[in-house]
Design a protein around this ligand. Structure first.
Ligand code: GLC
Length: 646
């Protein structure tokens, strides 16, 4: 993801390389210091102790900048003069487990032509930093943030890969597992061996009194695999807070030492050349008695403080919030508070993802329209990442309020969607599975690859219609590509990979059905993308077509706004992107397996009467009642604005 040609020229780049780095750093510190102090004060108090902490943090920043490689300083300078660089519609991301994509980091590097062929320019690689041995929650239990998983290679390999990606104009995203470390991380080891300082890094309780009081309002994230939120640790002779698995110890961010140590982790990663830090489970970083201990105001302040420090140390780098929370709690991660704050530049659009699957299951897009309309406007300084699948389960985040406005019951609809996607509802084409069900609170989440959930897996064995299933998958991705934000393709979806049941044979994975949608990329199968008539070919070609259309469409730059349009036909989801610089695009999608109709005048109200592209193999025609859209068709209209006009 480079700053595109609209702003950066070779000459500008050369001039910036020679400019005085120290002056730039001082200017950045001045610029961001007030925000840093404002975020830290409610967390760690005022006065001399705050001054000492701030001095320590700024010292860390200075040391990091002094060690920052020249090529990254140039990138900093480019992106500083073009802070909107990540808003361009040219960006498209790819998300993969390094091991499943390339075997090793060198193996990933050898496959980069594939990413170029797909035409993506952002790579989120998972399970890269050294996780604990044995069960490690798919790499989210880190023993050493400064080292690479030995199964993948070395730090030098990571450095090499980061450099190669940059040479190709591809940005690298890595996880910052910020909420917890592995029980075997050296901080936790030291705590277990009696270090009083390191005991304070975690949330440790001598008896059940406080844990029981917290539990009264805490949900369980993995109720089947790891019930409860506290684990008895004999070596501490105490209970330790473990929101996720028993071996993932939550960090104590009320301790400024933890905040400062994690800053070192961040600064080390950005100097390797990480462009985007995914703040894993950021919502959980602050605990408050009597709450669900998610989305606390302090969790936002932590993100804001790191944002200020990263802006000082490495302005090329973005923060991405992994906050899979209720829609009403989502926007603040992008800085939308009572007053706008600089927080994360990117956040996952979980709500859009859930609504696409919900609409596909019912063939009815009204709830989707309702839910999208209920979301406040995205702050213009930030952007979503949009996605259809990822390495995690799908939690059916249907808000009771949105459902009630349509006269349906939230709990019943959530239960229906879970049953549908595990293939248990009438007419279901889906072949997913339940993940971490909690019958006590009526919660069931869903695992399965996009191909399995869209019907392609069932179609392969003659239990669903293949053409419709392929269209369904491409429609899902079409919405992801056109809604606004950086779209992410989850590895294997571009080849319609099926579920992989082999995890069941591995005792470290068998309990966790998320592994079914983490298949290995079989490169022989991938070769079929060049053989017309194969599913792999059709899906890969469809995906490329969507990417091509998106990248050629500046109206999809973020910084614009999304407007929803409502028509009588419940199968229709229609939205418009309006960008102050780049004009408009208009989209009409049919979320059902029947013909859908919109008034013939629907797109022409704004002069958008030329259907640019009809995706997914469907077509659009003129029927008696108006425009007719084939099952799962997505039509894309472009404003023929002459951008040279004033
Ligand atoms: C995030 C990750 C998920 C992991 C959890 C705990 O949600 O995406 O895979 O289990 O954090 O680290």
């Amino acid at each position: 993801m480079t700053t595109d040609g609209r702003t950066a020229t070779a000459a500008a780049r050369a001039a910036l390389t020679g400019s005085p780095e120290p002056a730039r750093l001082e200017a950045r510190i001045d610029r961001w210091l007030p925000a840093l102090r404002a975020a830290l004060t409610p967390l760690y108090g005022e006065g001399a102790s705050l001054d000492t902490l701030v001095a320590r943090l700024i010292g860390q920043v200075r040391a990091a900048v002094a060690a920052r490689p020249d090529a990254l300083l140039v990138l900093d300078a480019q992106r500083e003069v073009d802070p909107d660089w990540f808003h361009s519609s040219r960006h498209v991301g790819y998300v993969a487990y390094a091991e499943l994509f390339g075997g090793t980091l060198t193996g990933v590097e050898e496959r980069l032509d594939y990413l170029d062929e797909l035409d993506v320019d952002y790579l989120h690689l998972m399970k890269v930093l050294r996780p604990r041995e044995g069960a490690n929650d798919g790499g989210y239990a880190i023993v050493d943030y400064g080292d690479v998983d030995p199964a993948l290679g070395t730090r030098a390999d990571l450095q090499h890969l980061a450099d190669s990606l940059h040479r190709r104009g591809i940005s690298l995203c890595l996880d910052l597992v910020i909420n917890h470390t592995a029980r075997e991380h050296h901080w936790a080891e030291a705590a277990r061996q009696g270090s009083a300082r390191h005991r304070e890094f975690y949330l440790v309780f001598p008896d059940r009194e406080l844990p029981d009081r917290y539990e009264a309002s805490l949900p369980e994230v993995f109720p089947e695999m790891a019930p409860g939120n506290f684990t008895w640790e004999p070596e501490l002779d105490a209970w330790v807070w473990t929101t996720f698995n028993t071996y993932q110890w939550d960090l104590n961010y009320a301790n400024p030492d933890v905040f400062a140590e994690m800053l070192d982790v961040i600064l080390d990663l950005v100097n390797v050349g990480v462009d985007v830090l995914r703040l894993d489970a950021i919502a959980f970083t602050w605990k408050r008695m009597g709450t669900n201990c998610q989305n606390q105001p302090e969790a936002h302040l932590i993100a804001q403080a790191y944002r200020a420090l990263v802006a000082m140390a490495a302005p090329a780098v973005l923060l991405k919030a992994e906050a899979i929370v209720a829609p009403s709690d989502l926007l603040p991660y992008l800085g939308a508070h009572r007053l706008l704050r600089d927080e994360c530049q990117l956040a996952y659009h979980n709500q859009l993802m859930v609504m696409i699957w919900a609409a596909l299951a019912t063939g009815d897009a009204r709830l989707m329209t309702e839910a999208m309309a209920a979301l406040p406007a995205t702050p213009p300084t930030a952007s979503w990442v949009t996605y259809l699948r990822c390495h995690d389960d799908i939690g059916w985040a249907v808000s009771d309020g949105d459902a009630a406005r349509l006269g349906i019951s939230g709990p019943a609809h959530r239960a229906y969607l879970a049953a549908f996607y595990r293939g248990a509802a009438d007419g279901s084409w889906a072949r997913g599975a339940a993940f971490s069900s909690n019958p006590e609170v009526g919660d069931e989440r869903t695992s399965g690859t996009a191909a399995a959930l869209a019907g392609i897996s069932a179609a392969r064995v003659g239990e669903a219609d293949l053409e419709l299933s392929v269209r369904r998958l491409l429609l899902g991705y079409g919405i992801v590509m056109g809604f606004g934000g950086i779209p992410l393709i989850y590895m294997g979806d571009e080849l319609a990979l099926d579920n992989d049941e082999s995890y069941l044979a591995d005792p470290d994975q068998a309990e966790d059905s998320r592994w079914m949608h983490r298949p290995r990329l079989d490169w022989e199968l991938a070769d079929r993308r060049h053989e017309p008539g194969t599913i792999e070919h059709d899906v890969f070609a469809g995906m490329r077509e969507l990417i091509r259309a998106r990248r050629a469409q500046p109206a999809l730059d973020t910084g614009g706004q999304t407007f929803l349009h409502r028509y009588d036909d419940p199968a229709v989801f229609a939205w418009e992107r309006r960008h102050p610089r780049h004009g408009r695009s208009f989209f009409i999608a049919n979320l059902s397996d029947r013909l859908a109709t919109v008034p013939a005048a629907a797109p022409s109200w704004a002069g958008l009467d030329v259907p640019d592209v009809v995706f997914g193999g469907g077509s659009v025609g003129n029927g008696v009642g108006g425009l007719e859209l084939d099952p799962y068709a997505l039509v894309w209209f472009t404003d023929r604005l002459d951008t040279t006009e004033n």
